[in-house]
Design a protein around this ligand. Structure first.
Ligand SMILES: Cc1cc2nc3c(=O)[nH]c(=O)nc-3n(C[C@H](O)[C@H](O)[C@H](O)COP(=O)(O)OP(=O)(O)OC[C@H]3O[C@@H](n4cnc5c(N)ncnc54)[C@H](O)[C@@H]3O)c2cc1C
Length: 359
């Protein structure tokens, strides 16, 4: 595919919405906003989470398509709009700015790019995802080989990779820093849905009795040991344990802990839940100008985000619609939303007011 050409950023650009991150969430947000003729700045450092995967699954009409292809297609769609500027850069700092010389009634969001440039926008959508952690703070691999294998010959999610590994000989391995019980659940789930040949290699002392019983009842073989090194290719894997064993299988499920994809939420003082920005159902953060979508956003009341491509895109779409609505309703002369609905003003308005009510 030819590299699409996007409009370039110039000093006098007035960005209405900046979208940081061009994974599924940010690309969808930029597409929606660009189509509404919002002036959009899409900034991306190009390190998206499933870059190593050869095929993204559970995607309507695109099941198994390589993520790079999906991203290239989305960028080509966006390049067809003259409203979205796409910038390959990293946002290194962010703050709310009340004094940018534009006589604003509300603070703008000010972003600093890795080349030192500063841009401001009236609304910001943070779509910077999460990162899988395969090394500790000193750069030491959490398990030798995990960083080489992650996304290539180790799997992390039965929904993304279960079908492709059905009926295979599966090893499940806890990664230091991720809860062991979660790994045990994953083994039980894989045994239930994916294969009758599932083994878990884990220090048995870390597994409560009831879970050991459940593993045994389900026919999951618990190997009481700890993996020190793993190696493999997409068709065969092998692990070495601290107990001196070498164990081979068809594939490994090892889910690393995750961290925030960027520090932008914290820089802007939004409410966080673990590595994620806390949002409402419209993807709004606790700071009115800031929306968040994708793996790096979690809905209030949910213990953790649903980290899938379609979910990220859906959230990007919602964030874009509500950021757009927010700007529309902030226009002078537009009546307050409560005047447009027959519902009591305390209830939220819905985008259907723009489609014409069908009731
Ligand atoms: C190996 C693997 C396989 C997967 N397979 C599937 C699958 O089959 N099906 C499925 O539905 N899901 C799958 N997933 C999950 C899926 O990849 C994520 O849910 C999805 O990518 C989330 O999209 P996102 O837009 O939130 O984040 P990302 O895709 O991670 O995009 C975030 C973007 O933000 C950019 N960014 C971060 N910080 C900055 C900054 N400061 N400045 C500028 N840009 C920044 C990054 O470079 C990146 O491009 C898989 C995940 C992994 C790890």
């Amino acid at each position: 595919m030819n590299t699409p050409s996007h409009p370039r950023l110039s000093a006098d650009d007035r960005t209405e919405v900046a979208v940081v991150g061009a994974g599924a969430a940010g690309l969808e947000a930029a597409l929606v906003l660009g189509r509404q003729r919002r002036r959009v700045l899409l900034i991306d450092s190009g390190d998206y989470r499933n870059a190593r995967s050869t095929g993204a699954h559970m995607l309507l009409g695109l099941d198994g398509t390589p993520p790079t292809e999906i991203r290239d297609r989305a960028l080509a769609d966006i390049a067809g709009l003259n409203t979205v500027i796409y910038l390959r850069s990293t946002v290194t700092a962010a703050h709310l700015d009340t004094e940018d010389g534009e006589n604003r009634t509300e603070p703008a969001v000010s972003l600093t790019l890795s080349d030192g440039r500063r841009v401001t926008a009236r609304r910001l959508i943070i779509a910077t995802g999460q990162r899988d952690v395969t090394r500790d703070a000193d750069g030491v691999p959490l398990i030798n080989g995990l960083d080489r294998g992650h996304g290539i010959w180790t799997r992390h999610c039965p929904y993304c990779h279960g079908w492709e590994n059905r009926d295979k000989d599966i090893l499940v391995v806890p990664v230091p820093g991720a809860p062991v019980i979660r790994t045990v659940y994953q083994a039980l789930y894989l045994r239930d849905r994916t294969s009758d040949r599932v083994r878990i290699i884990v220090d048995a002392a870390e597994v409560p009795d009831e879970f050991r019983g459940a593993l045994s009842d389900a026919g999951v073989n618990l190997i009481d040991d700890t993996v020190s090194t793993m190696s493999g290719d997409p068709d065969a894997v092998s692990v070495r344990t601290t107990g001196g064993r070498t164990i081979r299988a068809d594939t490994i499920f090892a889910t690393p802990p995750t961290t925030a994809g960027s520090p932008l939420g914290e820089m802007l003082g939004v409410q966080m839940q673990g590595p994620c920005i806390l949002t409402d159902a419209r993807q709004r953060s606790s700071v009115p100008q800031v929306f968040a979508a994708g793996d790096g956003a979690v809905r209030r009341g949910e213990p953790e985000p649903m980290t899938f491509v379609t979910q990220a895109a859906a959230q990007g779409q919602l964030a874009a619609i509500w950021a757009d609505q927010d700007l529309f309703l902030a226009r002078p002369g537009i009546p307050a939303p409560s005047a447009l609905t027959e519902t009591p003003p305390t209830l939220p308005t819905s985008p259907r007011i723009l489609h014409g009510s069908t009731e």
